[in-house]
Design a protein around this ligand. Structure first.
Ligand code: SAM
Ligand code: SF4
Length: 357
């Protein structure tokens, strides 16, 4: 038969010119990187190191929140192992989050080791700021590059209502401590809520400018079973329109590697960002996955599919199996999420504090 004499790369007679297709997924895995089935390279993980928190923000948790039993939470050693394997697969950015990451006992043990991981160029942290007056200097010494601090209001009483138990004074001291420790361009995260803090957006921007901070406004997402959201949702567009009556907003092409889109105000270094999971879905450039404190790997914040890493970690297996489980999880990363304006029913049953913001 004629075919027997063909070299493998030759096209058999009668067939159109044929180029063997190696999928981007297979190519990238062979090269030791993570690429999902839509060709998006995963270089960023958000690692939740606890589901616990010293606040109970109304949009994030229910009032009678129950937390994971300790033996279901990854140990700090397990967190480090997961992070190391991801870094071996080409991840260069890691955000430590929670719950409130700085209430995890011995969190600094882990953070110091993450800061020393070769290949991890960008170690960052999201915090509610309540513990920063103690931790800002050690975090900086450990190699944390940048901090995001949640701040929804500048009014102490309102702060107490939103967080149920939080103390605004402590958070403001934490913001100051971050600056004193040498952190630059610390970013405030503000969840926009109609009737709760929408009368303060202008003041929050002024506060950011005065303190040389960036600020991002976040559209509230329907995560966890929390009632009454549809009345509080505000779009980024509405807030941008409001701010444009007070500040000259110049669109910027800058990116912090996250989903925020930025605007600048002439004469100020502060960037004004908008994170718009509803109105401007950012899925097509998604480069991240999330790991919960329980070792679940969620390829998408807005979907319920997850891979379970804890059984692999605890099976006494070597890193090869963990690596394979992570590579396999790329197959379940969906193209994207679709939060609709139906904010009353949770589209995702997990609370944000469980997935890690
Ligand atoms: N405790 C830390 C903090 O508050 O920054 C880190 C974890 S928290 C879950 C991370 C971010 O998620 C915070 O900025 C918080 O405001 C945001 N967040 C929580 N629930 C949210 C929701 N339902 N919609 C939008 N953002 C939410
Ligand atoms: Fe805690 Fe952060 Fe959730 Fe507020 S948003 S309850 S500070 S985890």
């Amino acid at each position: 038969m004629q075919n027997e004499t063909l070299r493998p790369e030759q096209t058999p007679p009668g067939f159109a010119e044929f180029t063997p297709v190696v999928s981007p997924l297979a190519q990238a895995h062979a090269a030791g990187t993570l690429v999902d089935k839509y060709g998006r390279r995963i270089t960023y993980i958000r690692l939740s190191i606890t589901d616990r928190c010293d606040f109970r923000c109304t949009y994030c948790m229910s009032e009678d929140m129950s937390f994971l039993p300790r033996d279901e939470v990854m140990s700090l050693e397990e967190c480090l192992r997961v992070a190391s394997v991801f870094v071996g697969l080409g991840v260069t950015k890691l955000r430590i989050t929670g719950g409130e990451p700085l209430v995890r006992k011995n969190a600094m043990w882990l953070i110091e080791r993450l800061g020393a991981l070769p290949g991890l160029d960008n170690l960052v942290l999201t915090t509610n700021g309540s513990q920063l007056d103690r931790f800002a200097a050690p975090l900086r010494a450990a190699g944390v590059k940048r901090i995001n601090i949640s701040l929804d209001t500048l009014d102490a009483e309102r702060f107490r209502t939103i967080t149920r138990i939080g103390d605004l004074g402590k958070v403001l001291r934490g913001i100051e401590a971050a600056g004193a420790a040498g952190f630059c361009r610390t970013k405030l995260n503000t969840v926009m809520m109609r009737g709760t803090n929408d009368d303060e957006f202008v003041d929050l921007v002024r506060f950011a400018i005065a303190n040389e901070l960036d600020i991002s406004f976040i559209e509230e997402m329907p995560l966890g079973d929390i009632q009454g959201r549809s009345g509080t949702y505000i779009s980024s567009e509405e807030t941008r329109d409001l701010l444009s009556h007070h500040f000259e907003l110049i669109p910027s092409t800058e990116s912090s590697g996250g989903p925020a889109r930025y605007w600048r105000i002439p004469g100020s270094e502060s960037r004004i960002g908008f994170i718009s999971p509803h109105s401007h879905n950012f899925c097509d450039t998604c480069n991240r996955v999330r790991i919960t404190a329980k070792g679940e790997l969620y390829p998408c914040l807005g979907q319920n599919d997850a891979s379970q890493l804890l059984p692999v970690l605890r099976a006494g297996s070597d890193d090869g199996e963990l690596r394979q489980a992570i590579v396999d999880s790329m197959g379940i990363k969906p193209y994207g999420h679709d939060f609709t304006a139906q904010m009353n029913s949770p589209q995702v049953v997990r609370f944000m504090s469980m997935t890690g913001g």
